[in-house]
Design a protein around this ligand. Structure first.
Ligand code: NDP
Ligand code: 2IT
Length: 448
Protein backbone atom coordinates (compact mmCIF):
# COMPACT_ATOMS: atom_id res chain seq x y z
CA UNK A 1 0.00 0.00 0.00
CA UNK A 2 2.88 2.38 0.81
CA UNK A 3 6.28 2.88 -0.86
CA UNK A 4 8.02 2.47 2.50
CA UNK A 5 8.43 -1.11 3.73
CA UNK A 6 8.54 0.21 7.31
CA UNK A 7 5.11 1.83 6.91
CA UNK A 8 3.72 -1.29 5.24
CA UNK A 9 4.92 -3.44 8.13
CA UNK A 10 3.45 -1.15 10.79
CA UNK A 11 0.15 -0.76 8.96
CA UNK A 12 -0.19 -4.51 8.30
CA UNK A 13 0.19 -5.15 12.02
CA UNK A 14 -2.41 -2.48 12.77
CA UNK A 15 -4.81 -4.07 10.27
CA UNK A 16 -4.76 -7.22 12.39
CA UNK A 17 -4.82 -5.54 15.80
CA UNK A 18 -7.52 -3.01 14.90
CA UNK A 19 -9.53 -5.10 12.48
CA UNK A 20 -12.77 -4.08 14.22
CA UNK A 21 -11.94 -0.37 14.05
CA UNK A 22 -12.69 0.72 10.46
CA UNK A 23 -12.85 4.47 11.10
CA UNK A 24 -9.57 4.40 13.00
CA UNK A 25 -7.88 2.41 10.23
CA UNK A 26 -9.20 4.90 7.67
CA UNK A 27 -7.73 7.88 9.56
CA UNK A 28 -4.36 6.13 9.97
CA UNK A 29 -4.23 5.09 6.30
CA UNK A 30 -4.92 8.63 5.12
CA UNK A 31 -2.21 9.96 7.43
CA UNK A 32 0.40 7.36 6.45
CA UNK A 33 -0.13 8.04 2.74
CA UNK A 34 1.27 11.51 3.42
CA UNK A 35 4.08 10.37 5.71
CA UNK A 36 5.17 7.95 2.95
CA UNK A 37 6.40 11.00 1.02
CA UNK A 38 8.89 12.11 3.69
CA UNK A 39 9.88 8.95 5.49
CA UNK A 40 13.14 8.57 3.54
CA UNK A 41 14.24 12.05 4.60
CA UNK A 42 13.69 11.36 8.31
CA UNK A 43 15.46 8.11 9.24
CA UNK A 44 14.84 8.86 12.92
CA UNK A 45 11.13 8.20 12.43
CA UNK A 46 11.88 4.50 12.05
CA UNK A 47 14.89 4.49 14.39
CA UNK A 48 12.73 5.78 17.26
CA UNK A 49 9.66 3.68 16.29
CA UNK A 50 7.68 6.90 16.03
CA UNK A 51 4.93 5.47 13.82
CA UNK A 52 4.35 2.45 16.09
CA UNK A 53 4.12 4.85 19.02
CA UNK A 54 2.05 7.58 17.40
CA UNK A 55 -0.73 5.21 16.27
CA UNK A 56 -1.11 3.75 19.77
CA UNK A 57 -3.11 5.88 22.23
CA UNK A 58 -1.24 6.71 25.43
CA UNK A 59 -4.34 5.75 27.40
CA UNK A 60 -7.90 4.56 26.72
CA UNK A 61 -10.48 4.86 29.46
CA UNK A 62 -13.76 2.94 29.02
CA UNK A 63 -16.44 2.94 31.64
CA UNK A 64 -20.03 2.13 32.53
CA UNK A 65 -22.47 5.05 32.65
CA UNK A 66 -25.64 4.02 34.53
CA UNK A 67 -28.45 6.56 34.87
CA UNK A 68 -32.14 6.71 35.76
CA UNK A 69 -34.67 7.92 33.16
CA UNK A 70 -37.85 9.89 33.84
CA UNK A 71 -39.87 6.67 34.19
CA UNK A 72 -37.46 5.43 36.91
CA UNK A 73 -35.98 2.89 34.48
CA UNK A 74 -32.25 2.15 34.84
CA UNK A 75 -30.29 2.72 31.65
CA UNK A 76 -26.66 1.88 30.90
CA UNK A 77 -24.41 3.53 28.32
CA UNK A 78 -20.76 3.17 27.51
CA UNK A 79 -18.37 6.05 28.26
CA UNK A 80 -14.97 6.68 26.62
CA UNK A 81 -11.97 8.97 26.82
CA UNK A 82 -9.10 8.30 24.45
CA UNK A 83 -5.98 10.22 25.52
CA UNK A 84 -4.01 9.80 22.35
CA UNK A 85 -0.88 11.89 22.61
CA UNK A 86 0.49 14.45 25.07
CA UNK A 87 3.88 15.14 23.45
CA UNK A 88 3.19 18.83 22.84
CA UNK A 89 0.67 19.68 25.58
CA UNK A 90 -2.10 18.45 27.87
CA UNK A 91 -4.70 16.21 26.19
CA UNK A 92 -7.37 18.29 24.50
CA UNK A 93 -10.44 17.42 22.47
CA UNK A 94 -14.21 17.27 22.46
CA UNK A 95 -16.83 14.93 23.83
CA UNK A 96 -19.40 13.35 21.52
CA UNK A 97 -22.78 11.96 22.53
CA UNK A 98 -24.41 9.92 19.76
CA UNK A 99 -25.82 6.44 19.46
CA UNK A 100 -23.22 5.63 16.79
CA UNK A 101 -20.24 6.18 19.15
CA UNK A 102 -17.79 3.25 19.33
CA UNK A 103 -14.17 2.84 20.39
CA UNK A 104 -13.19 3.03 16.71
CA UNK A 105 -14.89 6.41 16.28
CA UNK A 106 -13.33 7.74 19.49
CA UNK A 107 -9.89 6.59 18.36
CA UNK A 108 -10.12 8.12 14.89
CA UNK A 109 -11.33 11.42 16.34
CA UNK A 110 -8.57 11.52 18.98
CA UNK A 111 -5.95 10.58 16.37
CA UNK A 112 -7.02 13.39 14.02
CA UNK A 113 -7.30 15.79 16.97
CA UNK A 114 -3.61 15.28 17.77
CA UNK A 115 -2.52 16.66 14.35
CA UNK A 116 -5.21 19.35 14.28
CA UNK A 117 -4.11 20.67 17.66
CA UNK A 118 -0.49 20.65 16.53
CA UNK A 119 -1.44 22.73 13.47
CA UNK A 120 -3.00 25.45 15.63
CA UNK A 121 0.48 26.26 16.98
CA UNK A 122 -0.89 26.12 20.54
CA UNK A 123 0.41 23.69 23.20
CA UNK A 124 -2.31 21.04 23.13
CA UNK A 125 -2.10 17.25 22.88
CA UNK A 126 -4.84 15.13 21.32
CA UNK A 127 -7.82 13.40 22.92
CA UNK A 128 -11.49 12.66 22.37
CA UNK A 129 -14.28 11.23 24.48
CA UNK A 130 -17.94 10.49 24.47
CA UNK A 131 -20.70 8.00 24.85
CA UNK A 132 -23.22 6.02 22.81
CA UNK A 133 -25.89 8.02 24.65
CA UNK A 134 -28.12 10.08 22.35
CA UNK A 135 -29.49 13.35 23.77
CA UNK A 136 -32.23 13.33 21.10
CA UNK A 137 -35.68 12.98 22.68
CA UNK A 138 -34.32 13.09 26.26
CA UNK A 139 -35.62 15.53 28.87
CA UNK A 140 -33.34 18.15 30.43
CA UNK A 141 -33.34 16.20 33.68
CA UNK A 142 -32.39 12.98 31.93
CA UNK A 143 -29.51 14.74 30.19
CA UNK A 144 -28.34 16.24 33.48
CA UNK A 145 -28.46 12.86 35.26
CA UNK A 146 -26.59 11.24 32.38
CA UNK A 147 -23.90 13.97 32.36
CA UNK A 148 -23.45 13.64 36.13
CA UNK A 149 -23.05 9.88 35.91
CA UNK A 150 -20.59 10.30 33.02
CA UNK A 151 -18.56 12.78 35.06
CA UNK A 152 -18.62 10.66 38.21
CA UNK A 153 -16.00 8.52 36.43
CA UNK A 154 -14.36 10.96 34.00
CA UNK A 155 -13.52 13.57 36.65
CA UNK A 156 -10.54 11.50 37.86
CA UNK A 157 -8.91 11.54 34.44
CA UNK A 158 -9.19 15.22 33.45
CA UNK A 159 -7.93 18.59 34.70
CA UNK A 160 -6.71 22.00 33.50
CA UNK A 161 -3.11 20.73 33.10
CA UNK A 162 -3.98 17.12 32.30
CA UNK A 163 -6.88 16.78 29.86
CA UNK A 164 -9.37 19.47 28.88
CA UNK A 165 -12.57 18.24 27.17
CA UNK A 166 -15.02 20.42 25.19
CA UNK A 167 -18.09 19.91 23.00
CA UNK A 168 -18.53 17.97 19.79
CA UNK A 169 -21.44 16.31 17.99
CA UNK A 170 -24.38 16.10 20.44
CA UNK A 171 -22.58 18.09 23.14
CA UNK A 172 -23.18 21.83 23.39
CA UNK A 173 -23.47 24.51 26.09
CA UNK A 174 -26.13 22.63 28.09
CA UNK A 175 -24.17 19.38 28.36
CA UNK A 176 -20.88 21.19 29.10
CA UNK A 177 -22.62 23.18 31.84
CA UNK A 178 -23.85 19.99 33.53
CA UNK A 179 -20.50 18.22 33.15
CA UNK A 180 -18.43 21.17 34.35
CA UNK A 181 -20.79 21.73 37.30
CA UNK A 182 -20.42 18.15 38.47
CA UNK A 183 -16.66 18.16 37.89
CA UNK A 184 -16.37 21.26 40.09
CA UNK A 185 -18.42 19.65 42.83
CA UNK A 186 -16.50 16.35 42.81
CA UNK A 187 -13.06 18.00 42.69
CA UNK A 188 -14.02 20.81 45.03
CA UNK A 189 -12.17 23.33 42.87
CA UNK A 190 -12.98 25.83 40.13
CA UNK A 191 -10.41 25.28 37.40
CA UNK A 192 -10.49 25.43 33.62
CA UNK A 193 -10.95 21.70 33.09
CA UNK A 194 -13.44 22.28 30.25
CA UNK A 195 -13.70 24.67 27.34
CA UNK A 196 -16.88 25.78 25.62
CA UNK A 197 -18.16 26.82 29.03
CA UNK A 198 -20.97 29.36 29.47
CA UNK A 199 -19.86 33.00 29.41
CA UNK A 200 -20.89 33.51 33.05
CA UNK A 201 -18.52 30.80 34.33
CA UNK A 202 -15.27 31.12 32.41
CA UNK A 203 -16.26 30.57 28.79
CA UNK A 204 -14.71 32.58 25.96
CA UNK A 205 -16.56 34.91 23.64
CA UNK A 206 -16.65 33.52 20.07
CA UNK A 207 -15.98 29.89 21.14
CA UNK A 208 -19.51 28.89 20.10
CA UNK A 209 -19.08 30.42 16.65
CA UNK A 210 -15.37 29.58 16.30
CA UNK A 211 -15.35 26.33 14.33
CA UNK A 212 -17.71 27.65 11.65
CA UNK A 213 -16.05 31.06 11.48
CA UNK A 214 -12.66 29.37 11.25
CA UNK A 215 -13.85 27.12 8.42
CA UNK A 216 -14.78 30.23 6.41
CA UNK A 217 -11.54 32.05 7.26
CA UNK A 218 -9.60 29.02 6.03
CA UNK A 219 -11.70 28.76 2.86
CA UNK A 220 -11.33 32.48 2.15
CA UNK A 221 -7.54 32.30 2.51
CA UNK A 222 -7.27 29.16 0.36
CA UNK A 223 -9.40 30.71 -2.38
CA UNK A 224 -7.32 33.90 -2.27
CA UNK A 225 -3.89 32.28 -2.42
CA UNK A 226 -4.66 29.31 -4.63
CA UNK A 227 -7.30 30.67 -6.98
CA UNK A 228 -7.10 34.45 -6.67
CA UNK A 229 -10.79 34.25 -5.75
CA UNK A 230 -13.05 34.65 -2.70
CA UNK A 231 -16.31 33.47 -1.14
CA UNK A 232 -18.09 36.55 -2.45
CA UNK A 233 -20.92 35.63 -4.81
CA UNK A 234 -20.35 31.88 -4.45
CA UNK A 235 -23.28 29.46 -4.22
CA UNK A 236 -22.78 27.23 -1.25
CA UNK A 237 -24.06 23.99 0.29
CA UNK A 238 -23.62 23.34 4.02
CA UNK A 239 -24.47 19.89 5.34
CA UNK A 240 -25.37 19.46 9.02
CA UNK A 241 -27.11 22.33 10.77
CA UNK A 242 -25.52 22.00 14.18
CA UNK A 243 -22.86 24.09 15.86
CA UNK A 244 -20.37 23.88 12.99
CA UNK A 245 -22.81 24.03 10.06
CA UNK A 246 -24.86 26.94 11.39
CA UNK A 247 -21.92 29.24 12.04
CA UNK A 248 -20.19 28.25 8.82
CA UNK A 249 -23.34 29.29 6.97
CA UNK A 250 -23.68 32.54 8.91
CA UNK A 251 -20.05 33.60 8.31
CA UNK A 252 -20.20 32.57 4.64
CA UNK A 253 -23.20 34.87 4.14
CA UNK A 254 -21.37 37.65 6.00
CA UNK A 255 -18.49 37.22 3.54
CA UNK A 256 -20.83 37.64 0.57
CA UNK A 257 -21.69 34.03 -0.32
CA UNK A 258 -25.16 32.64 -0.90
CA UNK A 259 -26.08 29.49 1.05
CA UNK A 260 -28.49 27.68 -1.26
CA UNK A 261 -28.89 24.40 0.65
CA UNK A 262 -28.54 23.11 4.21
CA UNK A 263 -29.28 19.67 5.64
CA UNK A 264 -29.87 17.83 8.88
CA UNK A 265 -31.16 14.37 9.78
CA UNK A 266 -34.70 15.29 8.64
CA UNK A 267 -33.58 16.23 5.08
CA UNK A 268 -32.52 19.43 3.33
CA UNK A 269 -33.85 22.84 2.39
CA UNK A 270 -33.00 24.31 -1.01
CA UNK A 271 -33.52 27.91 -2.07
CA UNK A 272 -31.74 29.43 -5.09
CA UNK A 273 -32.39 32.88 -3.59
CA UNK A 274 -30.40 32.00 -0.49
CA UNK A 275 -31.52 30.38 2.75
CA UNK A 276 -32.29 32.49 5.81
CA UNK A 277 -29.35 31.18 7.83
CA UNK A 278 -30.30 33.11 10.96
CA UNK A 279 -33.69 31.42 10.87
CA UNK A 280 -31.92 28.04 10.65
CA UNK A 281 -29.95 28.99 13.77
CA UNK A 282 -33.23 29.93 15.44
CA UNK A 283 -34.84 26.58 14.53
CA UNK A 284 -31.85 24.67 15.92
CA UNK A 285 -30.79 26.73 18.95
CA UNK A 286 -34.09 28.15 20.19
CA UNK A 287 -36.90 26.00 18.83
CA UNK A 288 -34.82 22.78 19.08
CA UNK A 289 -36.48 21.50 15.93
CA UNK A 290 -35.42 20.04 12.60
CA UNK A 291 -35.14 21.65 9.17
CA UNK A 292 -38.45 20.09 8.14
CA UNK A 293 -40.01 23.01 10.01
CA UNK A 294 -38.24 25.60 7.79
CA UNK A 295 -41.21 25.76 5.35
CA UNK A 296 -43.48 26.94 8.21
CA UNK A 297 -41.89 30.39 7.83
CA UNK A 298 -40.95 29.95 4.16
CA UNK A 299 -43.77 27.88 2.57
CA UNK A 300 -42.44 28.33 -0.97
CA UNK A 301 -39.01 26.90 -0.18
CA UNK A 302 -38.30 23.33 -1.23
CA UNK A 303 -37.75 20.77 1.55
CA UNK A 304 -36.60 17.26 0.60
CA UNK A 305 -36.88 14.62 3.34
CA UNK A 306 -33.64 12.83 2.35
CA UNK A 307 -30.32 14.43 3.39
CA UNK A 308 -28.30 12.22 1.05
CA UNK A 309 -29.85 13.84 -2.03
CA UNK A 310 -28.30 17.20 -1.17
CA UNK A 311 -25.22 16.24 -3.21
CA UNK A 312 -27.23 16.40 -6.44
CA UNK A 313 -27.53 20.20 -6.18
CA UNK A 314 -25.20 22.28 -8.31
CA UNK A 315 -23.04 24.60 -6.19
CA UNK A 316 -19.61 26.25 -6.28
CA UNK A 317 -18.44 25.36 -2.79
CA UNK A 318 -19.38 22.54 -0.42
CA UNK A 319 -18.92 22.62 3.34
CA UNK A 320 -19.59 19.14 4.76
CA UNK A 321 -20.27 19.89 8.44
CA UNK A 322 -22.28 16.87 9.62
CA UNK A 323 -20.41 13.65 10.32
CA UNK A 324 -17.77 11.12 9.22
CA UNK A 325 -18.01 9.57 5.76
CA UNK A 326 -21.06 11.58 4.74
CA UNK A 327 -19.47 12.31 1.32
CA UNK A 328 -18.56 9.15 -0.59
CA UNK A 329 -17.18 8.45 -4.04
CA UNK A 330 -20.59 8.51 -5.75
CA UNK A 331 -21.28 11.92 -4.19
CA UNK A 332 -17.83 13.13 -5.25
CA UNK A 333 -18.60 12.18 -8.85
CA UNK A 334 -21.76 14.29 -8.69
CA UNK A 335 -19.80 17.27 -7.36
CA UNK A 336 -17.22 17.03 -10.14
CA UNK A 337 -19.97 16.76 -12.74
CA UNK A 338 -21.66 19.81 -11.24
CA UNK A 339 -18.54 21.98 -11.57
CA UNK A 340 -17.83 22.39 -7.84
CA UNK A 341 -14.60 24.34 -7.26
CA UNK A 342 -13.95 23.63 -3.60
CA UNK A 343 -14.81 21.18 -0.79
CA UNK A 344 -13.90 22.52 2.64
CA UNK A 345 -14.47 20.08 5.53
CA UNK A 346 -16.14 21.45 8.67
CA UNK A 347 -16.79 17.99 10.13
CA UNK A 348 -14.12 15.47 11.09
CA UNK A 349 -13.34 13.04 8.23
CA UNK A 350 -16.64 13.65 6.38
CA UNK A 351 -15.07 12.57 3.06
CA UNK A 352 -14.05 8.97 2.34
CA UNK A 353 -10.49 8.33 1.11
CA UNK A 354 -11.74 7.33 -2.36
CA UNK A 355 -13.80 10.53 -2.56
CA UNK A 356 -10.84 12.72 -1.50
CA UNK A 357 -8.60 11.09 -4.13
CA UNK A 358 -11.27 11.58 -6.79
CA UNK A 359 -11.84 15.25 -5.92
CA UNK A 360 -8.12 16.06 -5.87
CA UNK A 361 -7.57 14.18 -9.13
CA UNK A 362 -10.25 16.36 -10.69
CA UNK A 363 -8.57 19.55 -9.48
CA UNK A 364 -11.12 20.45 -6.86
CA UNK A 365 -9.58 22.52 -4.10
CA UNK A 366 -9.88 20.20 -1.10
CA UNK A 367 -9.45 21.50 2.46
CA UNK A 368 -9.16 18.71 5.07
CA UNK A 369 -11.04 19.01 8.37
CA UNK A 370 -7.97 18.68 10.55
CA UNK A 371 -6.83 22.03 9.16
CA UNK A 372 -10.06 23.77 8.14
CA UNK A 373 -12.08 23.03 11.29
CA UNK A 374 -9.23 23.70 13.73
CA UNK A 375 -10.71 27.09 14.69
CA UNK A 376 -12.91 25.46 17.34
CA UNK A 377 -10.11 23.86 19.28
CA UNK A 378 -7.85 26.88 18.65
CA UNK A 379 -10.41 29.08 20.37
CA UNK A 380 -10.64 26.46 23.12
CA UNK A 381 -6.91 27.05 23.50
CA UNK A 382 -7.64 30.77 23.78
CA UNK A 383 -10.27 29.99 26.45
CA UNK A 384 -7.61 28.05 28.39
CA UNK A 385 -5.26 31.05 28.17
CA UNK A 386 -7.96 33.41 29.44
CA UNK A 387 -8.78 31.04 32.33
CA UNK A 388 -5.09 30.84 33.26
CA UNK A 389 -4.58 34.58 33.38
CA UNK A 390 -8.06 35.07 34.89
CA UNK A 391 -9.02 37.67 32.31
CA UNK A 392 -11.60 37.78 29.52
CA UNK A 393 -10.76 39.07 26.08
CA UNK A 394 -13.31 40.96 23.97
CA UNK A 395 -15.07 39.28 21.06
CA UNK A 396 -12.96 41.31 18.63
CA UNK A 397 -9.72 40.25 20.32
CA UNK A 398 -10.67 36.56 20.20
CA UNK A 399 -11.98 36.78 16.63
CA UNK A 400 -8.81 38.52 15.44
CA UNK A 401 -6.63 35.86 17.06
CA UNK A 402 -8.81 33.12 15.51
CA UNK A 403 -8.54 34.76 12.10
CA UNK A 404 -4.77 34.98 12.24
CA UNK A 405 -4.46 31.36 13.52
CA UNK A 406 -6.57 30.10 10.57
CA UNK A 407 -4.50 32.09 8.07
CA UNK A 408 -1.34 30.63 9.61
CA UNK A 409 -2.70 27.09 9.45
CA UNK A 410 -3.44 27.57 5.76
CA UNK A 411 0.02 28.97 5.14
CA UNK A 412 1.67 26.10 7.02
CA UNK A 413 -0.29 23.46 5.07
CA UNK A 414 0.27 25.16 1.73
CA UNK A 415 4.02 25.73 2.24
CA UNK A 416 4.59 22.22 3.60
CA UNK A 417 2.86 20.64 0.60
CA UNK A 418 4.95 22.80 -1.72
CA UNK A 419 8.15 21.81 0.08
CA UNK A 420 7.51 18.11 -0.53
CA UNK A 421 6.70 18.72 -4.19
CA UNK A 422 2.91 18.46 -3.85
CA UNK A 423 1.90 22.09 -4.19
CA UNK A 424 -1.83 22.59 -3.68
CA UNK A 425 -2.41 19.30 -1.86
CA UNK A 426 -3.59 20.52 1.54
CA UNK A 427 -4.21 16.98 2.84
CA UNK A 428 -0.52 16.19 2.51
CA UNK A 429 0.47 19.60 3.88
CA UNK A 430 -1.76 19.25 6.95
CA UNK A 431 -0.67 15.70 7.79
CA UNK A 432 3.05 16.38 7.42
CA UNK A 433 3.11 19.74 9.19
CA UNK A 434 0.90 18.48 12.05
CA UNK A 435 3.08 15.39 12.42
CA UNK A 436 6.56 16.94 12.31
CA UNK A 437 6.07 19.02 15.44
CA UNK A 438 4.81 16.04 17.45
CA UNK A 439 7.60 13.85 16.07
CA UNK A 440 10.25 16.31 17.20
CA UNK A 441 8.75 16.45 20.68
CA UNK A 442 8.49 12.66 20.91
CA UNK A 443 12.13 12.19 20.00
CA UNK A 444 13.20 14.87 22.49
CA UNK A 445 11.11 13.43 25.32
CA UNK A 446 12.61 9.93 25.07
CA UNK A 447 10.95 6.54 25.04
CA UNK A 448 7.78 7.10 27.09
P1 NDP B 1 -24.00 19.10 16.34
O1 NDP B 1 -24.49 17.99 17.17
O2 NDP B 1 -24.12 20.50 16.84
O3 NDP B 1 -24.68 19.07 14.90
C1 NDP B 1 -24.64 17.99 14.04
C2 NDP B 1 -25.61 18.28 12.90
O4 NDP B 1 -25.46 17.32 11.88
C3 NDP B 1 -27.07 18.23 13.33
O5 NDP B 1 -27.77 19.27 12.70
C4 NDP B 1 -27.54 16.88 12.80
O6 NDP B 1 -28.92 16.83 12.48
C5 NDP B 1 -26.75 16.81 11.52
N1 NDP B 1 -26.51 15.48 10.96
C6 NDP B 1 -26.10 14.36 11.55
N2 NDP B 1 -25.88 13.40 10.63
C7 NDP B 1 -26.14 13.96 9.43
C8 NDP B 1 -26.08 13.51 8.08
N3 NDP B 1 -25.67 12.28 7.79
N4 NDP B 1 -26.40 14.38 7.07
C9 NDP B 1 -26.80 15.63 7.35
N5 NDP B 1 -26.87 16.12 8.60
C10 NDP B 1 -26.55 15.30 9.61
O7 NDP B 1 -22.47 18.76 16.02
P2 NDP B 1 -21.29 19.73 15.62
O8 NDP B 1 -21.77 20.75 14.67
O9 NDP B 1 -20.58 20.14 16.85
O10 NDP B 1 -20.32 18.69 14.87
C11 NDP B 1 -20.44 18.40 13.49
C12 NDP B 1 -19.12 17.85 12.97
O11 NDP B 1 -18.09 18.82 13.19
C13 NDP B 1 -18.63 16.59 13.68
O12 NDP B 1 -17.90 15.81 12.76
C14 NDP B 1 -17.67 17.13 14.74
O13 NDP B 1 -16.73 16.17 15.15
C15 NDP B 1 -17.03 18.27 13.97
N6 NDP B 1 -16.40 19.33 14.75
C16 NDP B 1 -17.03 19.93 15.79
C17 NDP B 1 -16.41 20.95 16.49
C18 NDP B 1 -17.08 21.67 17.64
O14 NDP B 1 -16.42 22.50 18.25
N7 NDP B 1 -18.34 21.42 17.93
C19 NDP B 1 -15.04 21.39 16.16
C20 NDP B 1 -14.49 20.73 14.99
C21 NDP B 1 -15.15 19.74 14.34
P3 NDP B 1 -30.08 16.93 13.61
O15 NDP B 1 -29.98 18.35 14.15
O16 NDP B 1 -31.32 16.71 12.82
O17 NDP B 1 -29.78 15.89 14.62
O1 2IT C 1 -13.21 18.20 16.76
C1 2IT C 1 -12.89 19.22 17.43
O2 2IT C 1 -11.89 19.88 17.15
C2 2IT C 1 -13.75 19.60 18.54
N1 2IT C 1 -14.77 18.96 18.76
C3 2IT C 1 -13.37 20.74 19.42
C4 2IT C 1 -12.40 20.30 20.47
C5 2IT C 1 -12.08 21.31 21.53
O3 2IT C 1 -11.38 20.89 22.48
O4 2IT C 1 -12.49 22.46 21.47
Amino acid sequence: MFESSYLNKVYDELLIKSKNEPEFLQAVEEFLKSIDLIIQDYPDIEKYSIIERIIEPERVIMFRVPWVDDQNGIKVNRGFRVQFNSAIGPYKGGIRFDKSVTLSIMKFLAFEQMFKNSLTGLPMGGAKGGSDFSPIGKSDNEIMRFCQSFMSELYRHIGADLDVPAGDFGVGAREIGYMFGYYKKLKNEFTGAFTGKGLSFGGSLVRKEATGYGVCYFAEEALKIMKNDSLKGKRIIVTGSGNVGTYTAIKAVELGAKVIAMSDISGYVYDENGIDVNYVRDIKEKQKKNLDSYPIAYPLVKFVPNYKEVWTIKADIIFPCATQNELDIEDAKKLVKNGTIMVCEGANMPTTIAAIDYLIKHNILFAPGKAANAGGVATSGLEMSQNSIRLNWTATEVDNKLHSIMKNIFKTCYNTAKKVGKEGNLVIGANIAGFLKIYEAMVAEGVI
